[in-house]
Write a protein that binds this ligand. Structure first.
Ligand code: F6P
Length: 765
């Protein structure tokens, strides 16, 4: 409460200040007006007095003209009885033409010296003259007229009035005006302060109180009514983000409490599946398959395709069992599966079933290369690549999504299942599944960023994409920011009900929760990669093969994609060597590049340009025994990737935009020595979690080069401290925690027509 009181005080005084300012303006304006009014009334009154004086002077003028022809004594004797006044007329005075007083009324004779000004003025100009003077404690009006009116003047007749009452009238009028000005001002101030208080201050104080409670307690109530609709909806979003962040934070703090209980495959199997109900089969469906078979020397050889999706999901399926449905894209895939497209994996093991979906060449071209990777991929990534949307591709996208959905329904049969749909290639599948089987529990995880509504709106089939996605009970993104963007997009594009308070969308009777789940990796210790002696000999062999010697190795592992910032990274390496020649021969960048989507011309061009750029930089700096960039374009297996990650004291991730980027986490997870340095692009989702990396803007070549230098020169203490934090972060938030969180949240959603099997279980640490 103290916070609120502290914040409220300046707000109150601000509104009072506003009231006082308005009061001052009203006071000044009405005061000026009143003053002018009173002054003009006073001028009219004085004019009246002057007119009256003139009439009186006219009445007396004949006698005075005659008297002026007489000697003084006689003249006085004649004039005296006529010169006395009555009430406000104080009396008259008569002067000769030389300015000598001839005679005056009794009262006027007491201050004749004060009335001479008007008399002299009249003599000087030959016209009547008036004067206001203070005399005998009064305000007097003096009117002087030369006589006779025609010809040379022989004297001056002066008429004197007491006009003190006019001053008094001014004061009274001003007081009256002042009173009304005060009343009007007070009313205006009361109106302004009152309405500001009711319309803004009170709601804002309530908002402040609500925000404080949102921060300190777990408030479920909606934000208070606010003066602006925009502010209201922003508060809703803030609350939802806060709650989402709190639930992540809660998971983190619970993780800290159980630091030693890092999530394991066993724990995921026991807890994660319990969250869904034992009767449910787990089905993952994605475009990319976890194991692909290709012919090599007449024999089928299994490879693990590059990409974060496979890296993340394979350990989950290995832990939980189930079926993974994916496109059979390898040329030896049919030969290695049964007639139903099924085989058990990993090869040589039977942890789960891979069910391959067969697509025609046209389907693959339109759905995967076309709509998914020339349309949705650049649409969702800010890498300044123009999306291409073709109607034929959209046809194939729909048709192929139907194929995947049919495969899922075929696997489910009459049973119960939890279906985890993966990524942008399958956006329509959740709705297709729910239309056929409303009782299925369906989650969709979007592995790439979600753009802002303006960017998304260019997709001609945006509403259909959103509708398809909103078939899911739970929709996951890596970051809260993508969840916000998604809800904003739905808000703009679809007629639906948005529940910002719970971060949910209701559309055609179905409800979709939207949540952030930052994806992660499996510990390297669980993978079959060389360790100890075997690793040492592997590293020695690699160093010899690439003539790395004692060079400081900085490694990058990427699909060759224009979103990964490879040209930017190569240029930063070039700049480093240009600016700091001492690193020539001592620093080597090894870029492991997996060719990707090479049927798309843009990807082929990108690969060609990269090779040319690497050549150019190498040509400039290389020596007989050293070259700065080893761009190794090939499909590298996990053992090779692991060896380079272990060998390199520096890992580089330079994405121009990336949903998460698991290579950053893979590098950290591989640092068993605890002293590697991670250089991480601020535009990769991972940068939100891995704050102890050296964060770079890949577009800023100068800064990038300097950061490389900082990383090379960083002392061991700092390197270890940073890597310790990073390792703890990755270890505690591994892929099993991610899967458990997603499954638990999905388990807690209520699928229409199906009984909730587990109630509302919280994500355990
Ligand atoms: O990081 C995840 C991801 O980008 C997926 O979205 C994608 O499926 C994968 O990596 C690799 O791309 P592709 O499947 O086209 O080879």
């Amino acid at each position: 409460m103290r916070d609120v009181a502290k914040n409220a005080r300046p707000k109150l005084s601000r509104s009072l200040r506003l009231g006082l300012l308005i009061a001052a303006i009203i006071g000044l304006v009405t005061g000026l007006f009143a003053w002018r009014q009173v002054e003009s009334e006073r001028a009219i009154d004085l004019d009246d007095v002057a007119r009256r004086s003139h009439v009186l002077a006219q009445q007396l003028s004949d006698r005075v003209v005659h008297a002026l022809t007489l000697p003084d004594e006689q003249a006085r004797a004649q004039l005296r009885p006529r010169l006395e006044g009555f009430r406000r007329l104080l009396g008259y005075a008569v002067f000769r033409a030389d300015g000598q007083l001839l005679a005056a009324g009794k009262e006027v004779s007491e201050f004749t010296g004060r009335i001479e000004g008007a008399m002299r003025e009249a003599l000087r100009t030959g016209k009547e003259a008036t004067q206001l003077a203070r005399a005998a404690g009064m305000r007097v009006h003096v009117y002087a007229q030369t006589l006779p009116e025609e010809g040379a003047p022989t004297g001056v007749l002066v008429v004197v009035h007491d006009v003190t009452y006019l001053d008094e009238r001014v004061v009274t009028r001003l007081a009256q005006f002042g009173f009304w000005v005060l009343i009007v001002t007070l009313l205006a101030v009361a109106l302004v302060v009152g309405s500001t208080w009711l319309a803004y201050e009170r709601p804002l104080r309530k908002l402040a109180d609500w925000m404080r409670r949102l921060r300190t307690e777990n408030v479920a109530e909606a934000p208070p009514g606010l003066p602006s609709g925009r502010l209201h909806s922003e508060s809703d979003r803030l609350a939802a983000s806060f709650r989402a962040a709190r639930s992540t934070g809660k998971a983190l703090s619970e993780a800290a409490l159980h630091a030693e209980q890092v999530w394991t495959p066993e724990r995921l199997r026991a807890h994660g599946l319990a969250a869904l109900g034992e009767a449910h089969q787990l089905i993952v469906v994605s475009n990319r398959e976890p194991y692909m078979h290709q012919w090599r020397d007449g024999k089928p050889r299994a490879i693990v395709p590059a990409g974060g999706l496979v890296t993340a999901l394979d350990p989950v399926l290995q832990a939980c069992g189930g079926v993974w449905i994916a496109h059979g894209a390898g040329d030896a895939d049919r030969a290695t599966a049964d007639p139903g497209g099924r085989l058990t994996v990993p090869p040589g093991d039977t942890r789960y079933t891979l069910r391959r979906v067969w697509l025609t060449r046209e389907e693959e071209q339109g759905y995967y290369y076309g709509f998914s990777n020339e349309g949705l991929w650049p649409l969702c990534h800010i890498a300044h690549e123009r999306p291409v949307f073709r109607a034929d591709d959209w046809e194939q996208y729909q048709r192929s999504n139907r194929r995947f959905a049919d495969a899922v329904l075929d696997e489910v049969g009459a049973g119960q299942a939890v279906v985890l749909v993966q990524d942008y290639q399958l956006a329509l599948v959740p709705r297709m599944l729910k239309e056929a089987r409303p009782d299925l529990r369906v989650g969709l995880f979007w592995h790439i960023p979600w753009p802002n509504p303006e960017a998304f709106r260019i997709c001609p089939w945006g509403p259909q994409i959103l509708d398809g996605m909103l078939g899911a009970d739970l929709l996951g993104f890596h970051l809260q920011q993508y969840c916000n963007n998604f809800l904003d997009t739905v808000d703009r594009v679809l007629e639906s009900r948005l529940d910002w308070d719970h971060f949910a969308v209701e559309l055609r009777g179905s409800r979709t929760l939207v949540r952030p789940f930052p994806i992660s990796v499996q510990p390297w210790s669980e993978r079959h990669v060389p360790e100890g002696e075997n690793l040492v000999s592997q590293l020695t062999a690699l160093k010899e093969q690439y003539q790395l010697g004692d060079s400081f190795v900085a490694v990058g592992v990427d699909r060759v994609d224009y979103t990964k910032g490879l040209p930017e990274r190569f240029r930063a390496v070039g700049r480093l060597l240009e600016k700091y020649p001492q690193y020539r021969g001592r620093f080597t960048h090894v870029a492991l590049g997996a060719p990707s989507r090479t049927h798309i011309p843009r990807y082929r061009e990108h690969l060609d340009r990269l090779e040319a750029l690497a050549d150019e930089i190498n040509w400039k700096y290389q020596t007989d025994s050293w070259k700065p960039i080893h761009f190794l374009i090939a499909h590298h297996d996990a053992k090779t990737v692991h060896a380079f990650l272990r060998m390199a004291p520096m890992g580089i991730v330079s994405s121009l935009h990336d949903g998460m980027n698991l290579v950053a986490k893979e590098y950290v997870a591989a640092q068993t020595g605890g002293n590697g340095v991670l250089i991480l692009s601020e535009f990769a989702g991972a940068a939100r979690e891995l704050a102890d990396a050296l964060i770079v803007n890949p577009y800023d070549t100068e800064q990038f080069a300097e950061t490389l230098r900082t990383g090379i020169e960083m002392n061991e203490t700092e390197r270890r401290a940073r890597m310790q934090h990073l390792s703890r972060q990755v270890e505690e938030n591994n892929i099993y925690r991610w899967a458990a969180s997603f499954l638990t949240e999905l388990g807690a959603t209520r699928a229409p027509g199906a009984e909730a099997t587990n109630g509302n279980k919280a994500v355990a640490s």
